[in-house]
Write a protein that binds this ligand. Sequence first.
Ligand code: GDP
Length: 457
Amino acid sequence: MTDHTHADTLRTPIVAVLGHVDHGKTSLLDTIRGSAVSEGEAGAITQHIGATDIPLDTISGMAGELIDPSDFDLPGLLFIDTPGHHSFSTLRARGGALADIAVLVVDVNDGFQPQTEEAIDILRRTGTPFVVAANKVDTTPGWNPQDGEPIQRSMEAQSERAKSMLDENLYEIIGQLSDAGFSADLYWRVQDFQKNIGVVPLSALTAEGVPDLLTVLMGLSQRFMKEEMAIDVRGPGEGTVLEVKDERGFGATVDTVVYDGVIRNGDQIVVGGQNEPIVTEVRALLRPRPLAEIRTEKEFEKVGEIGAAAGVKIAAPDLDQAMAGAPVRVVRDRTVDEVIEEVKAELAEIEVDTAENGVVVKADTLGSLEAMANALREAEVPILRAEVGDIAPRDIAVAETANQDEHKAILGFNVDLLQNAESDLENADVKLFKNEVIYQLVEDYERYVEEKQRAQQ
Ligand code: GDP
């Protein structure tokens, strides 16, 4: 729990988990949460909305001899729960960068894959410190799980054959990191985590190596991020929208990660919206009920205030136009206009160059929209319009106005075609591309353009 009695306190570092599909992001988050639940005393771990708080006590309980809690004054770690694209794309390049630190999950048998490269690009661009979780070590033929041992000792206890197979895979990953411009090594050989990326072999399945990962994340935060963690816990709250969700009885709500200050019930807030900043008033701050009902998401309790860093669901009027990835700001101590300007300035940093001719782009969050725009710029595909949200009839109408046939296209990243747009799409001369992997979406479109051009020759 954050201590609200001091004006200047160190907040919990925010951790995002990235990596290629199926490499084990969800399993790793489940294991971290699960081990924490069995380790912690009842009520010690709170399941926040969109984020899970693992206090230092719990980490030290899990990590045993690996960690001496008296070395730390950071309160613990806050994991963003939604793995992959979501946390990935809310990791913004500038302004309200959501995560302080990241875990890049790589399947030890599979090595780097396209989404690993995409994640690396974002981590590099944002300068986010990260560690690599070399996952699925238990799939090494002949692997003999060593319960409760640090991973280095677990590895030493394996057969020569298993050891050398795992080593080979781990060095492959270290080599791929080096090709990507990062000097990396197994974490226990790393002296300076600011210069070298630590690789933590682990298994999300057996939980071996997971305490090691938490220890490395704590150490990295404590050594290199203390200054950024110093916040005025009474200051006006600042956060990022993770998701916009309709909630029965509350209407549109925003799941938010608060990374600075405090948000109170009744506060006036400004939230980044699809057309313009939304000015509204917090009607309720909601968190799921404690431990026992961890999976029943409908069960909320109202809290009076929430301090950084934490996840919370905000219920307030007029949030239906809020955007995932957009800033949330409490107005306290400033004028509404000042805060509106701040939010606008932050949104303006998201660079999407549009042209008079081009394709329509839709994406699930601001961060992913920005990533799509970057990928399309590199592929020299012009953009006519780029927006956050599902594909609506209006988007089809806009795409249809394109002068060139190849531009009569909508590229949707991680979004759906709205039901009321289905017949419009059937009747329109517009091609829809949908994918959850940016590079595939761009490739599919490029292939389509090539085929079209070939057909015309
Ligand atoms: P995500 O797409 O990155 O979130 O990956 P998931 O967590 O859904 O995992 C993909 C698959 O790999 C699932 O079938 C998991 O059970 C499996 N998996 C994940 N971690 C491990 C691991 O450490 N060991 C083994 N053997 N399987 C794993």
